[in-house]
Design a protein around this ligand. Sequence first.
Ligand SMILES: [Zn+2]
Length: 284
Amino acid sequence: MKSIERKVRATIAKYNMLKFDDRLAVAVSGGKDSVSLLHVMCKMEKDYPKASLVAVSVDEGIAGYRDEALKIAAENCKKLGVEHHIISFKQLYGFTLDEVVARVKMAGEKELTACAYCGVLRRKALNIIARNVEADKLATAHTLDDEVQTVLLNMLHGDVTRMLREKPVTDEVHPKLVPRIKPFCEIPERETALFAYVRKISFQSIICPYASEALRNEIRVFLNRMEEKHAGIKFTLFNSAQKIRPIVNYPQLKESLMDCSICGEPTTQKVCKACEFLQKLEKG
Ligand SMILES: [Zn+2]
């Protein structure tokens, strides 16, 4: 299984993801992709004496699911001798995701799913914890599969700006925003799974009880079927998205970020999406 490590090194070089002295925070959920990423990055980090690595996790507060995943994440960190920091929705927002879902249900809201709330709240939490541990970069374990699913998903939602924004390396646009990198963005999910199995890495395999992204699942099935018939099609789609970005002159689309008037975190609106959600929840 040398190949995945070689591929990740190539990806990091290709997109200029890291500097030799970066302090890297790896987002670890406890799932196979993120735990595999932690193992790969940990090994690589040893080649760079001036670099450092730390694992960060978000506890969304999903009883019977995240608690177990965090245990697995912690075990892996211990084994690898990596510092592990956890931030929870409860301490940060006053609600666990379970409580958010209960409130949303009570309010009878149908528009937004648990995933929509969780995605926004988790994104903010990850940025805060990465900043708290003084990381220069934040690595997430999005695979080639995740990336191409997102490309199609955003296209099908008509959200072109978002499609352009989701890149292997985010632009550094705000001093409070820790730049994100995706070292697995060209690694098919099948390979990260194989890596975890071959290396006998422990990971959580149960699916989140709130997983409900119906359209993404249909896209996943579609892409896997296409890949079987036309090998390489996922890469082609991924590369198409990379080619579109410079053509549409992405920098002009880049919204200028300001500080949220409530929490002070970087946002494109006056009030950030997370605070908007929380205000709604508090009002019931
Ligand atoms: Zn805010």
